[in-house]
Design a protein around this ligand. Structure first.
Ligand SMILES: Nc1nc2c(c(=O)[nH]1)N[C@H]1C(S)=C(S)[C@@H](COP(=O)(O)O)O[C@H]1N2
Ligand SMILES: [Mo]
Length: 216
């Protein structure tokens, strides 16, 4: 326990010196679970899972699990920052990049599409500009640390958002901007607040600016 505690402090110091610890955050070596509401359970073969892409796209798409797993895949290592003040560093995720799907024509947003709402099971939603989601550091992840996601972390698929070790991404957001149990992407021509955003969280949510809450 003491070892672990010292280990954490030392690691945090190291990360801080690399300029990777956003203000007001502390490093965790665990992987806390945070969400509102129940955890969905799917059939073993995921025959009851699909991902729907709709709204301002040339063609609506629905991928079942098998089709989703045929899409081009990539992996990303990123730092994730929860608004409840923990950050976890060097987390490696594998899955499907929205930018790749758009670049390769699997999804064709209409020119009027500027924002995306992520829809998850049990009506969790979160919103971002479309541009934000086109970064390499944003992934529709099926695997964490080489293994399929755990149910409470979003199995079978979640959006994962964070920052790169060299901070070369254009924009970072707190981890709630990544929906666990993601089931839909809605392309829109205007912004629409998601679940936490309607409940007092900041719409922009940049951890480097500590945009945790909105005071309206
Ligand atoms: N579907 C769904 N996704 C969600 C949430 C939620 O309540 N429902 N909470 C968000 C919040 S607030 C955080 S911090 C992260 C937590 O992810 P984790 O449980 O894997 O750490 O998931 C985000 N995604
Ligand atoms: Mo969170």
């Amino acid at each position: 326990m003491l070892d672990r505690l010292l280990g954490r402090r030392e690691q945090e110091k190291e990360i801080k010196s690399q300029n990777r610890l956003p203000p007001g955050q502390s490093l965790t070596q665990k992987f806390p679970v945070l969400h509102y509401g129940p955890t969905p359970h799917y059939k073993k073969d995921l025959s009851d899972w699909d991902l729907r892409v709709f709204g301002l796209v040339e063609e609506e798409k629905v991928w079942d699990w098998e089709a989703f797993m045929q899409l081009p895949r990539t992996s990303v290592t990123m730092d994730i920052h929860c608004v409840t003040r923990w950050s976890k560093f060097d987390t490696t995720w594998e899955g499907v990049s929205l930018k790749t799907l758009i670049d390769e024509g699997f999804i064709k947003p209409l020119p009027s599409a500027t924002h995306v709402v992520q829809h998850a099971d049990y009506n969790y939603t979160t919103n971002t500009p479309l541009d934000y989601l086109l970064q390499d550091v944003v992934l529709m992840a099926t695997h964490f640390d080489g293994k399929p996601l755990e149910i409470e972390h979003g199995y079978p698929m979640r959006m994962t958002v964070g920052s790169l070790a060299d901070r070369s991404e254009k924009e970072t957001k707190y981890f709630w901007k990544g929906a666990k149990w993601l089931r839909g992407l809605e392309f829109r021509s205007s912004d629409q607040l998601g679940f936490w955003e309607r409940n007092g969280y900041h719409n922009v949510a940049d951890p480097w600016d500590e945009q945790r809450f909105s005071y309206r």
